[in-house]
Ligand binder design. Structure first.
Ligand code: NIG
Ligand code: FE
Length: 404
């Protein structure tokens, strides 16, 4: 198989335990074979025999090269928007108050049910293009605005279609337990029975890579979440959880008990929750866009997570209600300014640790044998990716070895 050389670049390999911050390699080189990286290191150390086999050579023009960005928590597929709710909130209404009055998630559910697959795909494609323009090569997409078999199916099918029609890898999560649909009139146990009926059907159709839930006082209880996670376990599916976003429900401990890939949001996470996540190897997915957009004041306990050695990922949480955001670079900045992550932690959060939050060990760092998903940036140091607001440093993306 032909080899391709990329040279005249600085690499931020993001390899763990690297000697340099960011795994930085000045004057680096990458050799790509097919869809994977074959060699990564300083150009001066590239074996002559290998260089001779590189039929194609790219001059990166002095660019910084990072792993392809990974957005590990999105609700990309939905109908309508919630700009009117944004206005309501600016006239004083609260997020939970709106949700309790049948607005919030329920209003997106109405719009999503009314939308055809084509309409959903068209609106999600617009958002996807914005993420891709900033170097995203893998993203997770949740269902959760259909809340009935045919509509959850429709959303997951759109997510799969986006992954086949665009040069991006898509992981799906079934979030049937996102909110209680209105036709269940407050009967959340009965709706959970229905979610448990949907899961094996959608899984058999190849639409589900992981199972997620919203464990919160305005959504599902820990006991209901546990029923769902038991069902996921029986199907061999990994779980993740929207946990401790608005209050502490001890969702993180529950999810960790099921070996969760990640617990997400975590503003109200307790010491016990952080310890349980560390024990289980669950990633903490931080969502500064939702924190910012809801004007939360309770910060996720970053020092506690660091203390327990929990890996930190960062994501857009792209959704119409709490984070209408399609910029992972903006999230890098907000993770630093709002949550006080270092720029290096933030970049690891959208590469190495984001991969782990999706259970993927073939990407997220630049290393031989891993996927050749990487991004060329017009910056001289990786901290500039988190530092600048509204800059457009993206030059090119390589996805599975090919220029996108
Ligand atoms: O991740 N927390 C629950 N779900 C979404 C918000 C959903 C919505 O308001 O539409 C989130 O923040
Ligand atoms: Fe979310």
């Amino acid at each position: 198989m032909p080899l391709t050389l990329w040279q005249h670049c600085t690499l931020a390999t993001m390899q763990p335990h690297a000697r340099q911050p960011y795994g930085l390699v000045p004057d680096g080189a990458l050799v790509v074979q097919g869809t994977n990286l074959q060699w990564v290191g300083p150009l001066a150390e590239l074996p002559e025999a290998l260089r001779a086999q590189c039929h194609t050579q790219h001059d990166a023009g002095g660019a910084l090269i990072t792993p392809g960005l990974i957005d590990c928590h999105t609700h990309l597929v939905y109908g309508g928007d919630r700009a009117a709710e944004f206005e309501q909130r600016l006239h004083g209404a609260g997020y939970e108050e709106i949700a309790r009055q049948g607005g919030g998630i329920a209003s997106t559910v109405r719009a999503t049910r009314q939308a055809s697959m084509q309409e959903l795909q068209a609106s999600a494609t617009r958002r996807l293009r914005q993420l891709l323009a900033e170097g995203v090569t893998t993203l997770e997409i949740k269902s959760g605005y259909g809340l009935a078999l045919e509509h959850e199916r429709k959303c997951l099918q759109v997510a799969r279609a986006l992954g086949t029609e665009h040069a991006v890898a898509v992981c799906t999560s079934f979030l049937g337990a996102h909110a209680l649909p209105p036709e269940f009139g407050g009967q959340s146990d009965a709706y959970m029975d229905e979610v448990l009926r949907m899961l094996p059907v959608l899984h058999a159709e190849g639409l589900v890579d992981a199972v997620d839930a919203f464990c919160e006082r305005i959504a599902f209880s820990p006991a209901q979440t546990a029923r769902l996670f038991e069902a996921a376990r029986a199907l061999g599916l990994p779980v993740k959880l929207h946990a401790e976003q608005l209050s502490d429900s001890a969702g993180a401990q529950l999810a960790a008990g099921f070996g969760a890939l990640s617990c997400d949001h975590l503003e109200w996470l307790s010491d016990e929750g952080a310890a349980a996540m560390a024990q289980a190897g669950s990633v903490a997915v931080l969502l500064p866009g939702a924190f910012y957009f809801l004007r939360e004041t309770k910060l996720p306990p970053i020092d506690l997570l660091r203390h327990h050695g929990v890996p930190l990922a960062v994501s857009t949480d792209c959704n119409p209600g709490t984070s209408p955001c399609t910029s992972l670079l903006l999230m890098l900045n907000m993770a630093c300014t709002l949550f006080r992550l270092t720029p290096e932690e933030a970049l690891a959060g959208v590469t190495r640790h984001a991969a782990r939050a999706l259970g993927l060990n073939d990407r997220g760092v630049l290393a031989p044998g891993l996927r050749a998903d990487f991004v060329l940036w017009d910056v001289s140091h990786p901290a500039q990716l988190a530092y600048a607001l509204g800059a457009k440093p993206h030059l090119q993306t390589v996805f599975e070895g090919q220029l996108r």
